[in-house]
Design a protein around this ligand. Structure first.
Ligand SMILES: Nc1ncnc2c1ncn2[C@@H]1O[C@H](COP(=O)(O)OP(=O)(O)OP(=O)(O)O)[C@@H](O)[C@H]1O
Length: 216
């Protein structure tokens, strides 16, 4: 089954020329696909449309085999699509790292102990246990980036949408993140301006050109 299918997506911000103008994309289980294109070409907008955070002017978003139009359609599957936003401050809002990571599992009805076990597992997987009790807003930019990924992984999504995951990471952490992401079974849609990272993780790519997605 195709996880994500975008068909003929058109979108314009109010009073502006179209950002997307007939964009098509399919992501299958286990597939890793990169989205490239210049600044402002519409990559982040496309990720937000995929999750229903913005609605296309026309076109169809199909997730897990069903077309999604209304907010309720997206809510049903949002947990299964983990979006790591470009700006971690859009995503981290609890006082401590552990609380931020536990928030999603708690919302899904996990007990406090279950959620705390998930926090330990995810932080352990990312080699970040030392950050567990830190105040989130005092983390460095790179630490916030990795903690944001931890909050998403705690929801055990089927697909990861990663918007510039290496922003603010040093070379050592970038290499470790690459190793980690390569070991994951999930399908990944990656937006990254780092050619080396992109080619290592997702050599298959689509480029946004004049609002369309072109295989290059
Ligand atoms: N909320 C908004 N209101 C109005 N215009 C917006 C809004 N968000 C983005 N835009 C504009 O839409 C266009 C596409 O933005 P988007 O963030 O999707 O591009 P991008 O390809 O992800 O860029 P980058 O590589 O710089 O992250 C840009 O011209 C941007 O200025």
């Amino acid at each position: 089954m195709t996880l994500i299918a975008l068909h003929d997506i058109c979108f314009a911000y109010p009073g502006q020329p179209p950002v997307l103008n007939g964009a098509n994309l399919q992501l299958k289980p286990g597939q890793r696909l990169a989205l490239t294109g210049p600044n402002g070409s519409g990559k982040s907008t496309l990720l937000r449309i995929t999750l229903g955070l913005q609605r296309p002017t026309s076109g169809t978003v199909t997730l897990f085999g069903a077309p999604r139009r209304a907010e309720a359609d997206f809510q049903e599957v949002r947990r299964r699509v983990g979006l790591v936003f470009q700006d971690p401050d859009d995503q981290l809002f609890c006082p401590t790292v552990a609380e931020d990571i536990a928030f999603g599992p708690r919302n899904l009805g996990r007990t406090r102990d279950e959620a705390l076990a998930i926090v330990d597992r995810v932080l352990g997987d990312l080699d970040l246990l030392h950050l567990k009790d830190r105040i989130t807003h005092k983390l460095s930019g790179g630490e916030k980036r990795l903690v944001t990924l931890a909050t998403v992984l705690a929801m055990a999504p089927d697909v990861l949408l990663l918007d510039e995951p290496t922003n603010a990471l040093d070379t050592k952490n970038e290499a470790r993140l690459l190793d980690f992401l390569q070991s994951l079974p999930q399908a990944i849609l990656l937006v990254s301006h780092s050619p080396a990272f992109r080619e290592a993780l997702a050599p298959d790519r689509l480029e946004v050109q004049d609002g369309r997605l072109i295989r290059t």
